[in-house]
Design a binder for this molecule. Structure first.
Ligand code: HEC
Ligand code: HEC
Length: 756
């Protein structure tokens, strides 16, 4: 591990905090989702909609009843609005209206709801009007982080007809702070050799869901401080040397720095240039431009004059590590705007974006050399070609692909759930997670019907890393036990075989480590990731199952629905009633107030009662036998401990309120549930939406409808090919085009202090 002390901070959540740094340095809502096509101050094309023919009738039909002359719910009146956004008061009111429509929160749920198209149309009209008035309408903060993605209407996104007024797909120009993994890789792969005391300066989003959103992070002052300290440590390690008897000695890397450090002779201009070029190559993986080289050489000369040879050289090498390019992925878009004001990414931006989409490192090999020679052209075709090539290259590691599946399914959280060894000494969460990783990779390798396979396969890897070795050890130990027992039956009378090591296969219901991987599990017990012990453990409590979070996961990740957060005022406790099944204890959530949320989760999670909280299949559930426990007393009437009994399992559940009646209905058990989900078009499209979020680093908007539909089509037409899905996303307009690039200034306070 490179980092002595990986720092983990909670993400900034509020919009203001998210925006903080950028808002001050870049005059663009670089983090905002775009719905408004035009930059502030820029004339927006007038849409076909106007206030009197579209907007006023919409308000009259859906809102005025409660926000009109007679009644002003929430102290809000909308009947006097005339469509003008000239006054600040009007804009404030309209922004509140847009927020409610965006989130689908008005009119209230029990009222007749307008169609998503109708609401989307009003929002689009407002976005354009705000832009015309020189302002920007931004979506509510709740929509900017991964959890907000499902707020966008699924029906509108996948409808054949695009919502009127929706601009063509593009992503806001942005500087995307590099991920901890990219920083890690930068250190591992060159500059960081022998570096001690470097602290990971970056954090990721915590909790469930995608971790690396382009808009989720700022480089605040503490981070800047850490980056500067790290840069100092890195350069200190890069320039380590000793002097013995006046002799300059240095075993370090890179050699090009030697002349800077040997004070017996000051470095020549050429030697300074060579050292600077080398540092650019190590840090930014490119050579400096002629201009950069001239500036950095002059800077080094000056630093040496001011601070002495070694200190001056070090300060200059440090400055390279603090260039914005070393900290941000630049996605501003270069070139002339098209008729919609969109700009294509520059060749270097695109090559880096593609490389960072699949790996944690900048372009390598062919792509790098094409870039360096100026032969890489940014286009949809080149994006497709490069993604195809990288995906097909077996030598190129693509950690971002597996990471998507981990973050989507969340099974890797199994290692974070404490389990009592006394209850099951065979449990080993790390192995369970590795097994599911392996299963995902196996399915990706075949690249056929990927989502359906993930959800329904009866195959599994079981302790795959060292099953053969463990099997052998176990067999030997067992043989020895049998021989010893035969020799001395009296001594072994009451002993049972007690193998060393954890019998992880028991979690899967097997009797031994399997000979072949993947192994076929009973089709009556398992189907896909949601029945893998890793997933079941990840969504369990310490001593029991957790049907609520399992159901929540399905509601959000497969059905594309939302569940409001657990209010802090609720005392979320189940009754302490050990004689009841978990299902019975969950009955408390059927009170009307609780049920409005819990009906969206519990019926989806309860079928997984087929498994215990270690992920072991079971056909009965153990509860306390109350009368037997009460009777279990010694002569003095003191309890001798609880007595348990097995009761029949109830694994029924239901799928409801999904927006797609075709996939709704009651299910008898988890297998019926996952098969029903796996066959659904809706579920497939929700999966595509999540892939979009992960690879675009932001949530989808109505404007992205064509991109999502094309990705879904690519997946289906290629037989459920995940590769086709990724290629489609990484060559989409949303990936290739940026808007509002003109107003971004790429300056960075982290580098100001030391930049030449
Ligand atoms: C059946 C009555 C009803 C209808 C119809 C209705 N609302 Fe509301 N609205 C309410 C109530 C009650 C509140 C206050 C409580 C709340 O915020 O939930 C409210 C609050 C609001 C607020 C928040 C005010 C604030 O505090 O910022 C906005 C904005 C809003 N409504 C917009 C709309 C829009 C736009 C429509 C039409 C698309 C609409 N409402 C339709 C009942 C209604
Ligand atoms: C506004 C929605 C909402 C309401 C109302 C609500 N809950 Fe929940 N509840 C949730 C969500 C969401 C979770 C899952 C939290 C998580 O992800 O761990 C949850 C989790 C729980 C849990 C599990 C807590 C744990 O240990 O993880 C219990 C128990 C629970 N709720 C009981 C109740 C009861 C009882 C009521 C009514 C008095 C209630 N809830 C009302 C949304 C709600």
């Amino acid at each position: 591990m490179i980092f002595a002390n990986p720092e983990c901070r909670t993400p900034a959540r509020g919009l203001t905090r998210l925006r903080g740094w950028f808002a001050r340095t870049a005059s663009v809502g670089a983090l905002a989702l775009i719905l408004a096509p035009a930059a502030p101050g820029q004339a927006a094309p007038r849409g076909t909609d106007d206030f009197s023919t579209t907007i006023r009738p919409f308000l009259a039909q859906h809102c005025i009843k409660c926000h009109g002359e007679k009644k002003q719910a929430g102290k809000l009146a909308l009947h006097q609005l005339d469509g003008s956004l000239a006054s600040e008061k009007a804009r404030e009111t309209w922004a509140r209206v847009a927020e409610k429509l965006w989130l689908g929160e008005m009119p209230p749920e029990d009222e007749q709801r307008p169609s998503p198209h109708a609401s989307g149309r009003v929002v689009n009209w407002l976005a354009a009007e705000f832009a015309r008035a020189g302002h920007k309408l931004t979506p509510p903060p709740a929509m900017e982080l991964p959890g907000g993605g499902n707020r966008v209407s699924h029906e509108a996104l996948f409808a054949a007809k695009v919502t009127p007024g929706t601009p063509p797909p593009a992503t806001a120009a942005r500087l995307w702070r590099i991920s901890p993994q990219i920083y890690d890789e930068l250190l591992r792969d060159g500059v960081g050799k022998n570096v001690k005391s470097v602290t990971q300066p970056f954090s990721m989003l915590t909790g469930e869901g995608f971790k690396d959103y382009a808009g989720a992070f700022v480089v605040d002052e503490p981070t800047t401080g850490l980056l500067m300290r790290n840069a100092d440590s890195i350069v200190a390690a890069q320039t380590r040397f000793t002097v013995e008897d006046g002799q300059f000695k240095r075993a370090g890397f890179p050699r090009e720095f030697n002349p800077l450090l040997d004070t017996n002779a000051p470095p020549t201009e050429a030697q300074m240039r060579t050292a600077i070029v080398q540092q650019f190559k190590l840090v930014l993986r490119r050579e400096p431009t002629a201009d950069e080289l001239a500036r950095f050489t002059a800077f080094m000369r000056k630093n040496i004059a001011d601070a002495g040879q070694v200190a001056g050289a070090r300060a200059t090498l440090t400055a390279v590590l603090l260039l914005p390019e070393a900290i941000f992925r630049s996605e501003l878009g270069a070139g002339e705007p098209d008729t919609h004001g969109r700009r294509l990414l520059a060749p270097r931006e695109l090559a880096y974006a593609l490389s960072f989409a699949l790996t944690d490192a900048p372009p390598k090999g062919e792509l790098q050399s094409a870039l360096d020679k100026g032969q890489f052209v940014a286009s949809r075709e080149s994006a497709k070609r490069e993604v195809r090539r990288m995906l097909a290259d077996p030598k190129l590691g693509k950690p971002r692909v597996l990471r998507f599946f981990r973050e989507f399914f969340g099974y890797h959280h199994a290692t974070e759930v404490f389990k009592d060894d006394k209850e099951n000494k065979e449990h080993d969460a790390r192995v369970l997670v590795e097994d599911t990783d392996q299963l995902v990779l196996h399915i990706l390798d075949a690249d056929k019907d990927v989502l359906r396979e993930l959800l329904t396969t009866t195959k599994s890897f079981v302790s795959h890393k060292n099953a053969a070795e463990q099997k052998k050890k176990r067999a030997e130990a067992l043989a020895k036990f049998e021989t010893d027992k035969a020799k001395n039956p009296e001594k072994f009378k009451n002993k049972t075989f007690n193998p060393q090591g954890r019998e992880v296969f028991r979690a899967y219901g097997l009797d031994d480590f399997p000979d072949v991987q993947p192994v076929q599990l009973p089709a009556t017990q398992r189907a896909g990731i949601l029945t893998q012990p890793s997933w079941l453990v990840a969504f369990s409590m310490n001593f029991d199952n957790h049907p609520i979070t399992r159901g929540k996961w399905i509601r959000e990740r497969l059905l594309g629905g939302t569940v409001p957060d657990l209010p802090i005022t609720v005392d979320a406790q189940l009754p302490n009633a050990p004689e009841q099944t978990l299902r019975q204890r969950l009955e408390v959530t059927k009170q009307e107030y609780c049920w409005q949320c819990h009906q969206r989760m519990n019926p989806l999670g309860l079928p997984f009662e087929s498994f215990d909280h270690f992920g072991r299949f079971r056909s009965t559930e153990r509860v306390q036998d109350k009368p037997a426990t009460e009777a279990n007393v010694d002569k003095q009437g003191k309890s001798r401990g609880p007595v348990f009994k097995e009761v029949a399992l109830d694994t029924r559940g239901s799928v409801a309120a999904t927006g797609d009646p075709r996939l709704e209905g009651d299910v008898s058990d988890p297998l019926a549930l996952v098969r029903q989900l796996a066959g659904s078009e809706r579920v497939r499209q929700v999966f595509v939406r999540h892939a979009f979020r992960y690879w675009l680093g932001r949530n989808e908007t109505l404007a992205d409808a064509p991109v999502l539909q094309a990705a879904d089509r690519a997946y289906v037409e290629n037989g459920g090919s995940f590769r086709a899905l990724v290629i489609s996303l990484l060559s989409s307009d949303a990936f290739l085009y940026r808007v509002n690039a003109g107003t971004v200034t790429a300056s960075n306070p982290a580098s100001k202090k030391v930049q030449p």
